[in-house]
Design a protein around this ligand. Structure first.
Ligand code: C2E
Ligand code: MG
Ligand code: MG
Length: 562
């Protein structure tokens, strides 16, 4: 008895000593009895938690927050075995605010090996934890929409593919692109455009279950994983729901914005066995939906894959073709409606593929635009056309312009004007003999940049024609603000001139309004005398079409006009 009392005293002394040494420690210290009742706390702990010592002493250590059952069990097991427990706890200050602490708890035993007390040493790691979380968020979430980003999405997709493979369950990837978002973004400005994306992401999220993932993939594209799919048809229901969620217009600063999307669906395991293939195939399926006019969804099918493979081989063939001089230009003459004299020549590119023979631009221009091949190709076309025009000048061709088609993509390239200036100089061709043709949609992409480029070209003396006029989104009044010299009325109006009164009315109006604005008009695709007669009556300036001549090679032009 006496010895016990002595040893208790001894133990208390030991604790008092221990505590004194840690009283002013920069870390938080708490001493509890073996049942967890607080006996002592140091200054730092009070400072962090906002409690006074008297408020804590005598209470259970759980006053700083409950510990979940699993952690508690593990803690007990360690401490009862006489070992130290370490871990992170989320605790609570007196004011109710949470904080994170990194904790070590040691058992203090008496001389008989019985645990009489616990010492908890803790450090406030809230700042570190928050920083870690912010970094994690930046790395895995999209700043704008707060949705998972591409990286996290792919991680989750891989995880679910592995799980579903084991459990033999279906999974679906739905890829979604907003239709015409670029145009909306340009019209509204980027900050409103961003708000639209946020609202869209919320609407998509609302269509899904918590086990599904929606990610903001890039710009205007989203990607969704349905992690467990009972039946392929179910995916269509979700896709419809997603598209329907955009039906209600988005209200922003008093205006109503109407937006639609196109979706592509790829299923695991049917359409691909790994994440990369599923993503690629869902994107291929989207293109099909876009081709059907947007606002719809499309399932992937293997034919799309074959088409994609064909495109890839075509792309490398095109690049080879440029190196091996397989491209050539044909020229189609344009005529003055009044005098009947030659008024211009349009350069039209052809590709003589060794395997396929002569390929029309419609078959390779869209692909070239997508892959960027259009840039070196247009440079080649410009160079060849200018060189050829110079040659004809030396041979005595009257001073008519040579027209070159520019793709919208080429058009917004930064150094386009320098490129053209350089090419004209190299060919020693007067800028007044060059006309560039662009479509109206190329102007709509980025109005300010377009205006600047056209302004520079006009200053240089290059003429500017709007190709396929009437098929795009702009109106004549919108074109007013661009320094345009020529308007080419699209073939579709000329073709239907004699059968559709609306075409005739449009052609008349376009001619009259253009003339008022000092713009010349050329009719494309004139094939018969009736059309020619009508155009003459309306005082159309120029005409081009099979009635006068198909596109032919340079030698033929030399024979015909020199
Ligand atoms: P576009 O610039 O509107 O060219 C006129 C197209 O209509 C040419 O087809 C021409 O052969 C055809 N055409 C001319 N007269 C008639 C006619 O009376 N009836 C009919 N049915 N068609 C006629 P092509 O050469 O196949 O070119 C198609 C399109 O490819 C061009 O349309 C242009 O957008 C594009 N393209 C052609 N060459 C180039 C180029 O060098 N660069 C770029 N970016 N695009 C080009
Ligand atoms: Mg053209
Ligand atoms: Mg045209």
């Amino acid at each position: 008895m006496i010895t016990n009392l002595e040893s208790d005293l001894h133990q208390d002394e030991r604790l008092a000593k221990l505590f004194k040494s840690v009283e002013s420690s920069p870390v938080m210290i708490m001493i509890t009895d073996s049942a967890g009742t607080i006996e002592k706390v140091n200054r730092k702990l009070c400072k962090v938690t906002g409690y006074r010592p008297a408020e804590l002493v005598g209470s259970s250590m759980t006053v700083l927050g409950k510990i979940d059952d699993r952690t508690l069990q593990e803690m007990r097991r360690k401490l009862e075995a006489g070992a130290e427990w370490t871990g992170k706890l989320c605790s609570m200050k007196k004011c109710g605010e949470e904080f994170w602490e990194e904790v070590s708890i040691f058992p203090i035993q008496d001389h008989e090996g019985l645990t009489t007390h616990h010492v908890k040493v803790a450090e406030d790691i809230t700042l570190r934890k928050n920083t870690e979380e912010a970094i994690r968020f930046l790395a895995f979430y999209d700043n704008l929409t707060n949705l998972p980003n591409r990286r996290l999405f792919i991680d989750r997709l891989k995880f679910c593919i592995n799980r579903n493979r084991r459990e033999q369950e279906l999974l679906a990837v739905i890829s979604l692109d907003l239709d015409n978002f670029k145009k909306i973004n340009n019209a509204l400005g980027h900050s409103l455009g961003d708000r639209v994306l946020k609202i869209v992401s919320e609407r998509f999220s609302d269509c899904l279950r918590s086990s599904d993932t929606v990610a903001h993939y890039s710009g205007d594209s989203f990607i969704i994983m349905l992690s467990k799919v009972a039946h392929a048809d179910h995916v269509a229901t979700v896709a419809e729901k997603l598209l329907r969620s955009l039906q209600e217009p988005i209200g922003l600063t008093g205006q109503e914005i109407h937006i639609t999307a196109s979706a592509g669906i790829a299923l695991f395991p049917e359409d691909g066995d790994d994440a990369a293939i599923l993503l690629k195939n869902a994107t291929l399926a989207i293109q099909r939906a876009k081709m059907s006019g947007g606002n719809c969804y499309h399932y992937f099918d293997p034919a799309m894959h074959e088409a994609a493979v064909k495109r890839i081989s075509m792309e490398s063939n095109l690049r080879r073709g440029l190196r091996q001089q397989e491209f050539l230009l044909h020229y189609q003459p344009q005529f003055d409606c009044r005098s009947g004299r030659l008024s211009g020549l349009e350069a039209l590119v052809r590709w003589r593929d060794p395997a396929m023979g002569v390929v029309r631009p419609a078959e390779f221009i869209p692909l070239s635009e997508e892959t960027g091949f259009i840039l070196p190709l247009t440079e080649w076309v410009l160079r060849s056309a200018c060189r050829q025009r110079k040659e004809w000048e030396l041979l005595g061709l009257p001073p008519v312009r040579i027209a070159v088609n520019l793709s919208p993509r080429q058009f917004l390239q930064k150094n386009l004007t320098q490129l053209i200036a350089g090419i004209l100089e190299d060919a020693r061709l007067s800028p007044s003999l060059l006309e560039v043709e662009i479509t109206e949609n190329a102007l709509a992409e980025d109005v300010l940049a377009a205006r600047k480029i056209l302004g520079t070209l006009r200053q240089m003396g290059v003429s500017i024609a709007i190709d396929d006029f009437g098929t795009g989104y702009s109106s004549l009044s919108q074109l007013k603000s661009f320094p345009i010299t020529t308007l080419k009325i699209d073939q579709s109006f000329i073709r239907t001139l004699n059968d559709e009164t609306s075409s005739a009315a449009i052609v008349c109006a376009v001619i009259a309004m253009s003339h008022e604005m000092g713009i010349k008009v050329i009719a494309e695709g004139v094939e018969n005398a009736e059309q020619e007669q009508f155009l003459k009556e309306q005082e159309c300036d120029n005409a081009q079409g099979f009635l006068y001549g198909e596109p032919v090679d340079a030698d033929e032009i030399t024979k015909l006009f020199i």
